[in-house]
Design a protein around this ligand. Structure first.
Ligand code: APR
Length: 258
């Protein structure tokens, strides 16, 4: 049984969804928290506990892609706890509820900062992975993406079958430019949005955090789902203070009522 205040915020959010014609969502690590993947910041985040990682991954890759691939294969860059958690993770009720919002025609597009592939596995079709997808590789020349398990790692670094360019894991590293195709799609969605749902992100990383702000500036209402306050809380029209795996399915339930 939900408390009355949380219930009211969910009803307010459902009313905004009913009026919307093109809702867009920005999701972050908090959406996958209940799949056992640690967040970066906030309570219990890996960076909160162990500090931020070195930010030289992109420089290392550019200097010596072969060495980077050898390290990546041997040590699975990204930290053992984090990689192991993602390897084990399956979509939680929040991922499925986000996919259901799309299937109901209530959510047009998801911009996710998560690299865990879980929103795709949960069934969403209209997803832009602004920070990449750890299950994919990407050509540094033409941008073509491959399923990671489909590329031949006999010779390192692997090369693009289409253009011969060097392949890299699709995950965007610190210092690496956001892939142009993903960035363009995010701006396109932010311009079209007449409602913005922000779920499970501290909203401190740009350009991802810019998209809800762009929509808000154009007059689109902003809904935040997060157990804790974030950088966007002061701008939110509706704040749902609860875990995504409880609150997003509850929102879907309300929208299923005719
Ligand atoms: N449900 C909803 N939100 C949750 C839950 C939950 N069960 N648990 C935690 N959160 C919230 C936290 O309160 C926090 O606001 O999820 C947010 C996670 O914030 P971050 O750890 O900063 O993750 P994120 O916002 O996705 O980080 C953005 O920063 O580190 C880079 O590239 C990385 O994509 C990442 C980007």
């Amino acid at each position: 049984m939900m408390d009355a205040a949380l219930d009211k915020t969910l009803r307010d959010a459902a009313a905004l969804f009913r009026r919307s014609r093109y809702a867009v969502a920005l999701t972050g690590a908090g959406l996958s928290a209940e799949s056992g993947i640690p967040t970066y910041r906030g309570t219990g985040g890996v960076w909160t506990r162990f500090g931020e990682p070195t930010i030289d991954g992109w420089d290392l890759f550019c200097q010596d892609p072969e060495a980077w691939w050898k390290l990546s294969i041997e040590h699975r860059v990204g930290g053992s706890e984090f990689s192991a958690a993602i390897d084990r993770a399956v979509p939680n009720a929040a991922h499925y509820a986000m996919a259901e919002l799309e299937q109901m025609g209530r959510l047009a597009h998801v911009i996710t900062q998560n690299i865990d592939n879980l929103q795709n596995v949960a069934g969403s079709r209209h997803v832009t992975e602004i920070h990449g997808n750890r299950a994919k590789a990407r050509c540094m020349s033409c941008g073509l993406r491959y399923r990671l398990e489909s590329i031949d790692l006999a010779t390192l670094p692997p090369h693009c079958a289409e253009c011969g360019g060097v392949l890299k894991n699709d995950v965007v590293m610190f210092g690496e430019p956001i892939p142009a195709d993903a960035l363009e799609e995010c701006y396109r969605q932010a311009f079209r949005a007449d409602l913005f749902l922000v779920v499970g992100t501290s909203a401190v990383v740009y350009p991802a955090a810019e998209f809800p702000l762009m929509a808000k500036r154009r007059g689109a209402p902003l809904i935040e789902i997060n157990p804790e306050e974030t950088a966007l809380s002061d701008l939110a029209d509706v704040i749902i203070r609860g875990p995504a795996a409880v609150t997003v399915p509850a929102l879907v339930e309300l929208l299923l009522i005719p």
